[in-house]
Design a protein around this ligand. Sequence first.
Ligand code: G6P
Length: 609
Amino acid sequence: MCGIVGALGQRNVTGILLEGLRRLEYRGYDSAGVCLVNGDGKLQLRKTQGKVADLESALDENPTSGQLGIAHTRWATHGVPSDKNSHPHVSGDFALVHNGIIENYQELREELLAKGYEFQSETDTEVVVHLIHDLASEGRNLLESVSAATKRLHGAYALGVVSAKEPEHLVCARLGSPLVIGVGIEENFIASDPMALQQVTDRFIFLEEGDLADVTRDAIAIWDKTDEEVSRPVNKLQGGHDAADKGRYRHYMQKEIFEQPKVVEATMAGRIGEHSVLSQALGTAANEILPKVKQVQIVACGTSYHAGLVARYWIEDWAGVPCSVEVASEIRYRKTAVRPGTLFVTISQSGETADTLAALRQAKELGYLASMTICNVPNSSLVRESELHLMTEAGPEIGVASTKAFTTQLVALQIFCIALAKANGMDGDREAQLISALHQLPKLMEKFTGLDALVAATSEAFAEKNHALFLGRGVEYPIALEGALKLKEISYIHAEAYPAGELKHGPLALVDADMPVIVVAPNDELLEKLKSNLQEVRARGGELFVFASPEAGFRSEEGLTVVEVPDAAESLQPILYTVPLQLLSYHVALLKGTDVDQPRNLAKSVTVE
Ligand code: G6P
């Protein structure tokens, strides 16, 4: 959802800005731009439609340098991807980069047009830079102008602003979109995500909602939403240095699929003992809250929502606690009835998804028992604003299609569900059984990633298809949903998922030889029912691809391809069956030649509504 970087140093910062943009490209990649201030009182602007690599080529042809600069990689909201809609946007001596959406931009645009401002772009952002220019013409300096401008804005923003006349200042502000300040030695930086700056610093200040900051080389001054000067802590962050490196893999998504045995293990470490969940697993506050939980409301978006759907089966089965799961963009706009004792749980890889965050903020007014987040990014807004948090240890996920974040969310959710079940009287034997299964997971995960060649061969049947249907029953239904989402995200094949029992209520009408049907068929109590559903497909000439263990008793034959997977405990099956479906979409995308890591029209971190 657009990435921002800014730097004010003792050296030419162009390389730092470009490296920052490369690391932020997951946030949007339809255009990129940079503006340098090099002390001659002029703005040096370079921007282009396309990826950061295109901006680098533009800079090779027309180089520039400066000790102060701002840069941006865009995910279009208002106005098509084009050179003129790319940021930074300029008005006189001012240049600005923005992430978010300015909701009252039409009204501001008309006001500024009436004052004689000319607009170069179709973006909502351009009004902000003209507004700053207009406010400065009344005698305000850069900081005062940005401060006054933010008071007129409705919507969401992270802003980085420079002025050619004040090359000693980088001014930034945040409301509703993430922004951090990277603290250096006689140089300072800003970015949408600390990962953008990990090549230059490991010390970060996380701005709060409504903060405005004046960043100079050796000082950082911050004002909160009431204009009170405040001091925000400097956090030292470690790790993440290898995130921008694909290593021996061709794509980040591939690397991230193969990292899963390691990261699921990391997510369990320190949280489960040999036979039980450790008491500190969810933090001490959780030990008081969990026994009071009468109901769970899970809220998330995209892949994280699918993780929530899986967890519902576990929460109701193991803990006997009712659970609802809803996408954040829906729950935040409807009237909800909250039963006393309901725990509000958000699930998010990034911790910054705008709808999920808005739903959490709203939940705080609605009488929930407490809020908890399952999240992959420490210090993210969701972590900071939730009372309880359980971190997934997936490490940075760069591929836009989520893989290791999902399986680590499932592991964290299992730990939470076992802890909740324990607080609701689950017996020690059942707990020990579930925990000992979890200990098997990393090794089994390796066996499942080892299916790569087999799945690659199977993927050939999909490359020429335009549609695919995914089926599962019970807890595997959300896994089918996730499999379909992966396929559409990166191969652009239209894919839908259905609970297999629903086939005859509509989707069967679509089944013919051109519609491959992918089935998640573990050896569980619903297997026989699933087999009957598959007969319905075969009787209509549909081609079946069944992911099943040998124990499930499927044999490949005309119209039925069995992809044999290792046998595993039932509680692990949804986590493990995800892996061959990830591999399937990856290999289909390779065959189709799509952009695996940066599929069209999508962005990894959706920080706008
Ligand atoms: C985007 C990403 C998805 C992700 C969803 C929710 O759509 O492309 O991969 O599942 O946002 O993101 P979150 O960070 O909240 O898990």
